[in-house]
Design a binder for this molecule. Structure first.
Ligand code: AMP
Length: 576
């Protein structure tokens, strides 16, 4: 496929707002692809990435490289390019304005590989060769091709299609309907690699996808929990169940293949380098040649042995602090699930079996240890466990069905989180995608940022719907850092997947998640969350930020509209 053809599909997608029309357009695009390799590349490009997030290759093309490369290709000064960029806010459009040549008609494969090579180039002298490589590539492509291709390495493709829409597009490309979506989704949940799944669908068909196996080294998309309104509600839904403390740290998925250990975070990025102590412990205590298990990494006070809250653990995430913090903030991995052991796919087994496998997997040691677990059907016993957990400083409890398998990539009532008595006191937290910011008043005016426009995720519609404007909870330094972070994802116009009544001073591509504490959910005409075609959405009352950026979550991991509706219903019941 020629790059120009792909750019034309992207251009059409760009102009669409109806999800069905987007699915049809994607289906047409996927149908015209001939080889699995090309399918993989086109799917990644459509996702706006060059490789799946868990690939450990650093993909790095900074704004500076891009400005220099465009300048070099167009024979203009870097200053001129930067000025145009200030106007357009987009490197695709900037290059488009400067390109005067027709392009060589290169293929998607050629463009993708050139870009990947450039992005991967590292080491001495790499800056010059990156800029030159990129300039050469720009010289080979036309205006329209540049508009879309150059947005990819900058993380700003913004076609308005996320994973659910791409999966529907693939299913439709296959048989004109969406019947295959569950098969595609299941395989995707097992490997988190849409390009791989799409390639297999093309080369080997749906039958092969149906028996897709777990791959060591490719993260399994994580199972998520629903909320319960009371302990009685937990017992009603699960009867006899296991209850575990709910630790407040980073979720880690550990893959062990002999001596090779890879640790993925909640958003499925490879974060092995951040957890040297887990790598060592996994090598020495895990009693299986191959294994995949999950746990929550929490820092603790080495003197008292008490766990710290997330806001303290998060300090370990800063790359340069790993070594310095290793002693000061040691981590423990509280392991709660076993998905694969010695070649066996444990994730299809019920909780009880997986728990047995987990206990068998982990040898003696403190660095990686299994969570406590109480198996009971008594609300009184759960209540006792819950109170003990709160006294020990945990967030709450996780109740788990004894009979259900691990539901990769799904949020179900097989896992139920219970933090406080929601029925008595609503205070809870929501993870929101930041979609824009407003300039501040007073002191903040000089920084150009004073409040954030935040959204929850509507996974059915693949849209980010706003739920709050938040201006409290950050220190002066946090605001400055926040502006710097958000400016890297700033875009000129409302991002395609964002639904908003507000028009903030700056729109931001949904990429960063902030954790917000709130008192209550209210109905509001100013927000679009859960509007469903009506005029009122949901909003958070008394929002304050408690974690500026949840680096372990991506925008699609934000709290969903469905969860907000459930919380609203619970709160309503509590006040009746
Ligand atoms: P939330 O992020 O509030 O939806 O809660 C789900 C998260 O709780 C999971 O993604 C885990 O990171 C974390 N968690 C803490 N303790 C446990 C546990 N015992 N079992 C499962 N997840 C846990």
């Amino acid at each position: 496929m020629k790059l120009l053809q792909l750019a034309e599909h992207f251009e059409r997608l760009d102009g669409l707002t109806s999800r069905n029309a987007m699915v049809d357009e994607l289906a047409r695009l996927f149908k015209s692809i001939e080889s699995p390799e090309e399918m993989r590349e086109v799917v990644y490009l459509t996702e706006g990435i060059l490789l799946p997030p868990f690939a450990s290759t650093e993909i790095g093309i900074s704004e500076q490289f891009m400005s220099r490369a465009i300048a070099q290709a167009a024979g203009k000064s870097v200053e001129h390019v930067k000025e145009l960029y200030r106007d357009t806010g987009d490197y695709g459009l900037t290059a488009e304005k400067l390109i005067t040549w027709p392009g060589e008609g290169i293929t998607v494969h050629q463009a993708y590989n050139a870009l990947l090579d450039i992005a991967k180039t590292g080491g001495r002298g790499s800056i010059e060769s990156k800029v030159e490589g990129l300039a050469r590539l720009i010289h080979r492509i036309s205006k329209k091709e540049a508009r879309y291709l150059l947005r990819v390495p900058m993380g700003k493709l913004r076609l308005g299609v996320g994973d659910p829409t791409i999966m529907d597009g693939l299913a439709c490309a296959y048989d004109g309907r969406r019947n295959l979506r569950p098969v595609i989704e299941n395989a995707y949940n097992l490997c988190a690699d849409m390009g791989l799944v799409a390639g297999i669908l093309l080369s080997e068909g749906p039958e092969r996808l149906k028996d897709f196996r777990v791959l060591l080294g490719s993260p399994i998309r994580v199972e998520l929990a629903e909320r319960a309104e009371s302990i009685d509600d937990i017992v009603r839904r699960l009867s006899r169940c296991a209850v575990e403390p709910k630790y407040d740290g980073f979720r880690c998925q550990v893959h062990k293949n002999g001596d090779e250990i890879i640790i993925f975070t909640r958003n499925l990025e490879d974060a092995t380098h951040m957890f040297p102590e887990f790598v060592e412990a996994a090598r020495s205590i895990v009693k299986a040649e191959t294994a995949i298990f999950e746990g929550e990494a929490v820092s603790f006070n080495p003197k008292s042995g008490k766990f710290h809250p997330f806001q303290v653990t998060v300090q370990r995430k800063r790359k340069h602090l790993v070594e310095a913090k290793e002693k000061e903030l040691p981590l423990r991995l509280m392991a709660f699930d076993c998905l694969f052991a010695d070649g066996l796919e444990m994730l299809y087994q019920p909780y009880t079996r997986r728990r047995e496998a987990l206990l068998k997997l982990l040898g003696e040691g403190n660095t990686i240890a299994p969570t406590d677990a109480l198996v009971t059907d008594s609300a009184a016993e759960i209540e006792g466990f819950f109170n003990k957990c709160l006294n020990a400083g945990f967030e709450g409890i996780m109740a788990k069905s004894l009979i259900s398998p691990y539901m990769a990539g799904r949020r179900t009532f097989d896992w139920i989180k219970f933090k406080r008595n929601y029925a008595k006191e609503m205070r809870d937290t929501a993870d929101c995608a930041i979609v824009g910011y407003f300039a501040g008043r007073g002191k903040r005016a000089q920084w150009g940022i004073g409040s954030l426009l935040c959204a929850v995720y509507n996974s059915e519609k693949d849209r980010f719907e706003t739920i709050t404007k938040v201006a409290t909870g950050l220190t002066d330094k946090d605001w400055k850092d926040m502006k710097e972070t958000l400016d890297a994802a700033r875009v000129k116009e409302k991002p395609a997947r964002v639904e908003s009544v507000y028009k903030p001073e700056a729109w931001v591509e949904p990429r960063y998640v902030t954790e917000i504490l709130f008192d209550e959910i209210t109905r509001s005409p100013s927000h679009t969350a859960g509007r469903d075609g009506g005029r009122t959405g949901y909003a958070l009352r008394f929002p304050r930020i408690i974690t500026p950026i949840r680096a372990d979550k991506k925008a699609e991991d934000a709290t969903t509209v469905q969860e907000i509706k459930e919380l609203f219903a619970m709160q309503h019941q509590a006040t009746q």
